[in-house]
Design a protein around this ligand. Sequence first.
Ligand SMILES: Cc1ncc(COP(=O)(O)O)c(C=O)c1O
Length: 441
Amino acid sequence: MKLPNIKTSLPGPKAAALIHTDRDHVSPSYTRGYPLVAEKAKGVWIHDPDGNTFLDFTSGIAVCATGHCHPHVVNAIKKQADKLLHMSGTDFYYTPQIALAEKLASLVPGNGDNKVYFGNSGAESVEAAFKLARWYTKRELNIAFFGSFHGRTMGALSLTASKIIQKKHYNPLIPGITHIPYAYCYRCPYNLSYPDCEIECVRWVEDTLFRTTVPPEEVAAIFVEPIQGEGGYIVPPPEFHTELYKAAKKYGILYVADEVQSGMGRTGKMFAMEHFGVVPDIIALAKGIASGMPLGAMVAKSDIMVWEAGSHASTFGGNPVSCSAALATIELLESELMEKARINGEYLIAGLRELQKSIECMGDVRGKGLMVGVELVKDRVTKERAGDWRNEVIQKAFAKGLLLLGCGENTIRFCPALTVSKEEIDACLSIFEETLRDLAI
Ligand SMILES: Cc1ncc(COP(=O)(O)O)c(C=O)c1O
C-alpha cells in the first residue's frame, strides 16, 4: 500500500520560507488550517517543495474531482490555450462556452429545456441565482438555512449562515432573508427522531413560518444545499427536499439548489438533488465542474432565465479554457468517475463505520458517494461536540501526511478526488485510525 512520505519536520525549510513571505504579502483573511505548500500533484498525491508526499483527501476543497492534473483535462486545457484564451462570452461567441452550456442544460435534472449563466466561482453562481430569482419573481423575500454556506460576496454572504466570523463587521447585508433550521437528524432542531418526526422541519415552515412572519406570496426563492457542505456534510432524510419543494410550489416560490460542493458526480450521481428526486428551478455549480480551473455556472429552466440583455454578466465568466476543462471533466465523470464515486464512497463509509464500532468519539458517520463526514463527540449519549479534538486530529493527520479538512463545528470531511482507489482509501483509513488511537480519544 502506497503511503505518504514525510521526510522533514513540517513545514520543511523551503515551505517555511514560502509561508514566511506569504504572511508578509497575502491577505490574512485566509484560514490555513496547517502549513501545506503544494508544489506539484497527481491524482490524490501532493508533493511539497521539500520532497514530502501527502495523501490528499481534500481535493482542494472538493474541487479536483478528476484528481490533480488528470491528463485528459490537462490536454484539453493545453489545446484550448493554444487556440483562444479569452474573448468574453458576455459580448462575443466561442465554441467551448456554447458547447458547455448545451451539455449542462441537458445534464441537470428535468426536461433539458434550460439555460446557463457563467461566472468564475461558487459565490458568483449563487449571486446570479439570487438576482435571477428576484428578477423573475419580482419578490423581495428569500429563505435559506442555518449552517448553509453559499459564498462570501455580499449577496451570497447574506444567504450564508455558517460561521459568525464570515459575517462580522459586514452588516447591513441584503434584507429580507429568513434563515431556518436544516434537516440535521443527528441533532434534530425539534428534538424528534426520523421517521416519527414526519419531517417536522418542513411542516414548521408551512405551519409556523408562513403563518406568522413570512408571507409566502412574497418569497422569491428557497436556497438550499441538497447535502449541507460547510455546515457539516449533513445528509437530510429522503423526504426533506420533496416535502419542501411541494411547500415552495404551493406559493410559486423558486427552489434553488446550491450544488457547488455536492454537484458534478461527487455523491455518485451527477447532482446530489437526484438522490431526492426533485427538479430544482435553478442550480448553482462551481468547484468540481472544471477540475480546478475557475468556473461557475448557474443553470435555470428556460422559462425562468428570461432576464434582458445587460441585466447580469461577467467579463471572465465562461472563459474558453475553463469551459474546455469542464467539458473534459464531464466526459470523465460520465464515462467512469461518477460510478466510481458511488462504489468507493460506499467503501469509505463502510470502513469508517467499522472504525466507529471501537472508537467512541466517532459520533456520526454520514455521506453520499465521496462526500463523507465524521462528527466527533466527547460522549455518544450527550453528543457534546468535540471541536477541539477534531482540530487536533486534522493537525496530527497532517503530520502523518494525510490531508483532511473540517466542516461544521466538529466534523471531519473526506472529499477526495473521484479517482481515488480502494487502496488509497485503505491508506487514509489506516492513518485516520492511527491518529484517533494516538490521541486516545
Ligand atoms: C455549497 C457552496 N456554495 C457556494 C460556495 C462558494 O464557492 P466559492 O468559494 O467558489 O465562491 C461554496 C464554497 O465552499 C459552497 O460549498
